[in-house]
Design a protein around this ligand. Structure first.
Ligand code: ADP
Ligand code: MG
Length: 750
């Protein structure tokens, strides 16, 4: 029985446990999984005469004196010690809030004691010193000089720490917990046969190597093993999900027999274009799966404009033909409203079932969003419950709310990244029989990410763009160049005069709000859900750059711009009431508004074919994939699209490289890969799907493709041999713990 569930308070005492709790570490297992961020090089023993500033050194020396004093100027306490090699002196400095915190050092650093001191050399008032050095004292931490040398030559683990819990205290806590553990105390989720086959150390061995390495090889091997473990547990969980889904029942929704009346056949007959080869073959796959008594679980990837909506609609119509209903879920109300419009348009009279002039075997499209008036809402609910509406469009709330369906047979989710594993599970658990599921995404997902995040789904892709698109040209416009900016607005004028429309995208809503500098601020209402945005600006100098442009400010500016005289400028952002958003989108679609200034709320799916120009302010501060999504909003009709990226990035910076890459290629897959390379893993997973980052600490989804594939093979074999994992209690436990974490995060977010 493992000890990793034991509370730290029971093992380390309340005080230490309390401070570790601030880092989110509650149990022995939490602490053991708090891996070092990196390892200090113990450096080489250095002649004190030749200590160079900035160098990481280890010196063997004798303590000459040590004194603690209160600092008057700054508050807090200071311990200063002097060590000597007999000829030269070196100062050691430790700071703390209270003198008491320095006592343990003072107790150890007694004059005459010999030790090894490790740190980076700095200078203070002409005197060389080490600040907060790591050290080992002979006769205290080590028996003799030789063992002191050994202790001090190990890589020094450096932990993710905080001001109140420094790395060395974490290290000590880890040792207290880890040192007495035996093999029985540690459950290993990786079965012994798998470890033997792949030559991986067992879990306890690996914990020792990662926390107390004797050399670099130790922690590297341990790190590889834990990467494998993370991938393995995840893949085993996904394999179980797939197995469970395969067992689940769904209602088969076969297509109508040839010759029978069919809304799908009528729809195909009235389509103004021919389906692309990809649309046809993906459509066939979907049609076949819908006809099975098992729930379809399919992810449909396709570049913006590749025609996913038609594929989804045809699937919905097959379900309607079979007597069922389909729900289409969009991430926002604006998009839901637009989807409803698009579907009604595509269906024409087929969407007027039961109405005078409607087609005989037509159906109805109901829109159900929070912003509906009471009467409209009641009507939509009634249509869903009675089955009068074969297609119900809404946001994800549709599934949570007490919406009754007559016979829900298919759920289509547009834009996957806000529809995570938890929601998919909730959906499958909803009825006695699960509905079929089709998830659509326009963000190309590298294979291993798909395997990690969507490992429970089958994938199909639309790779061609329907003919007749004129494509899009992208230019970078330096914000500081007035001639280029003039030209930008002149181009907008020309397009509007030609009967087209323009988007102007800004990162912020209000001009006067402070520019947030931390990721946490991304959640604030000031930004319209732009996760990419701040992650990328962090670490890049933001303080000395011009403030971000804001929707309201830019709209005012454009309304007084002589070049845009007589043009109607509208505004769209996430703080507007849903009804106002819909209204302005409708006016933009109809041409009453010709220039729409907005935040990234238009990122996904908005479809106004007359829109031909997009101007993006502060383009250098957005993520690549996001910009690519954004520009997909223009050039959707027969006229060519133009995207102008207004940038304040200095030439030669990564930000400049990012916007230039975008101007050079429209290959979404290349851009997505580039984007991933520019991000950290947490962001990749966070952006792709919530709730995964907690279980992945070391695994890198893009770089560790081999590990993931290997883990998938091994995990699938283990689950196939023993679907309930009766013989793998440790693996079962690890999967449950992971699900609990996800559940928790999900609840916290909700
Ligand atoms: P996506 O959702 O993949 O971004 P849409 O389904 O919105 O793409 O399609 C974009 C536009 O292309 C729509 O106006 C749609 O009617 C049109 N379209 C779809 N399929 C075809 C096709 N095979 N030929 C021509 N136009 C198409
Ligand atoms: Mg779409």
């Amino acid at each position: 029985m493992g000890r990793e569930d034991e509370k730290l308070s029971a093992v380390l005492g309340a005080r230490t446990a309390g401070s570790l709790g601030k880092l989110g570490l509650e149990t022995v297992g939490d602490l053991l999984r708090h891996y070092p961020r990196r390892y200090g090089d113990p450096g080489t023993l250095t002649d004190m005469d030749r200590l160079a500033l900035g160098e990481h050194v280890t010196v063997m020396a004798r303590v000459a004196r040590a004194t603690v004093r209160q600092m008057r100027s700054r508050g807090g306490a200071l311990l200063q010690a002097v060590v000597t090699d007999g000829r030269h002196e070196l100062q050691l400095t430790f700071f703390a809030k209270r003198p008491g915190a320095l006592r343990p050092h003072e107790d150890k650093l007694r004059p005459g004691r010999v030790g090894l001191f490790t740190g980076v050399v700095s200078a203070y008032r002409g005197q060389r010193q080490l600040t907060h050095p790591d050290y080992v004292l002979v006769g205290v931490d080590a028996d003799d000089e030789e063992s002191a040398m050994f202790e001090a030559s190990r890589p020094i683990p450096i932990y993710p720490a905080s001001a109140s819990v420094p790395s060395w205290r974490i290290q000590r806590a880890v040792r207290t917990v880890l040192d007495p553990l035996t093999a029985q105390d540690v459950d290993d989720p990786v079965p012994v046969e798998v470890r033997a086959r792949l030559g991986l150390p067992d879990r306890l061995d690996a914990l020792r190597r990662i926390h107390v390495p004797a050399d670099a090889r130790d922690w590297q091997q341990a790190r590889d093993r834990f990467r494998f473990e993370e991938a393995f547990v995840l893949q085993a969980a996904l394999a179980q999900r797939r197995a469970a889904a395969a067992e689940q029942e769904a209602t088969a929704r076969p297509p109508r027999a040839p010759g029978e009346p069919s809304i799908l056949v009528d729809f195909d007959a009235q389509l103004p274009f021919t389906l692309t080869e990809g649309q046809r073959s993906v459509g066939e796959d979907i049609a076949r799966e819908l006809a099975q008594p098992r729930p379809m679980q399919r992810l449909l990837q396709g570049e913006v404009g590749s025609g996913k909506t038609v594929v989804a609609l045809r699937a919905m119509l097959q379900v309607v033909d079979a007597g069922g209903q389909a729900a289409l879920l969009a991430p926002t109300e604006v998009l839901a409203a637009q989807h409803a419009r698009t579907l009604r348009q595509l269906l024409g009279p087929l969407a007027e079932g039961g109405l005078l002039g409607g087609a005989a075997n037509g159906t109805r499209v109901a829109l159900l969003t929070g912003s509906l008036g009471a009467a409209a809402r009641k009507e939509a609910l009634l249509q869903a419950a009675s089955g009068e509406a074969g297609i119900i469009v809404g946001t994800h709330a549709l599934l949570g709310e007490h919406v009754q369906f007559a016979d829900l047979g298919l759920v289509v989710v547009d834009e996957q990244h806000r529809f995570g594993v938890e929601q998919r599970d909730a959906l499958r658990a909803k009825g006695r029989v699960a509905p079929h599921l089709l998830v659509m995404t326009a963000t190309p997902i590298p294979r291993t990410v798909a395997m990690t995040v969507f490992g429970d789904l089958e994938t199909s892709s639309l790779t061609e763009i329907p003919a007749g698109r004129s494509g899009i040209t992208t230019h970078v416009v330096p914000a500081a160049n007035p001639v280029w900016m003039d030209r930008t607005w002149a181009r907008v004028r020309e397009e509007v005069d030609a009967g087209h429309r323009a988007y102007v995208v800004c990162p912020r809503i209000h001009p006067d709000a402070d520019v947030p500098t931390s990721g946490a601020a991304a959640a604030s209402a000031e930004f319209d859900d732009v996760p990419d945005f701040l992650e990328l600006t962090e670490g890049e100098a933001t303080s000395d750059r011009p403030p971000l442009r804001a929707v309201l400010e830019v709209a005012d500016m454009l309304r007084t711009l002589p070049q845009l005289d007589g043009i109607e400028v509208g505004v769209l952002h996430g703080q507007m009431a849903p009804a106002d958003k819909d209204a302005v989108m409708a006016r933009f679609a109809s041409g009453e508004v010709q220039v729409l200034v907005s935040t990234t709320v238009i990122e996904v799916g908005v479809d106004v074919p007359e829109a031909t120009v997009m101007v993006v302010y502060d383009a250098d501060r957005f993520g690549l994939s996001q910009l690519h999504q954004l520009r997909g909003r223009v050039g959707r009709g027969s006229a060519p699209g133009l995207c102008l990226l207004v940038s304040t990035a200095e030439p030669g910076t990564p930000a400049a490289a990012r916007v230039e890459a975008l101007a050079e290629t429209t290959d979404g897959f290349r851009l997505a890969t580039l984007d991933l390379e520019l991000r950290s893993e947490g962001d990749v997973l966070g952006a792709a799907q919530s709730g995964r980052s907690s279980s992945l600490r070391l695994l890198r989804v893009v770089k560790d493709a081999d590990v993931i594939e290997q883990a998938r093979r091994e995990a699938t074999a283990v689950v196939e041999a023993d679907p309930e994992l009766h013989h793998q209690p440790a693996l079962r436990g690890a999967i449950e713990a992971q699900l609990d974490d996800e559940q928790e995060e999900f609840l916290e977010r909700a």
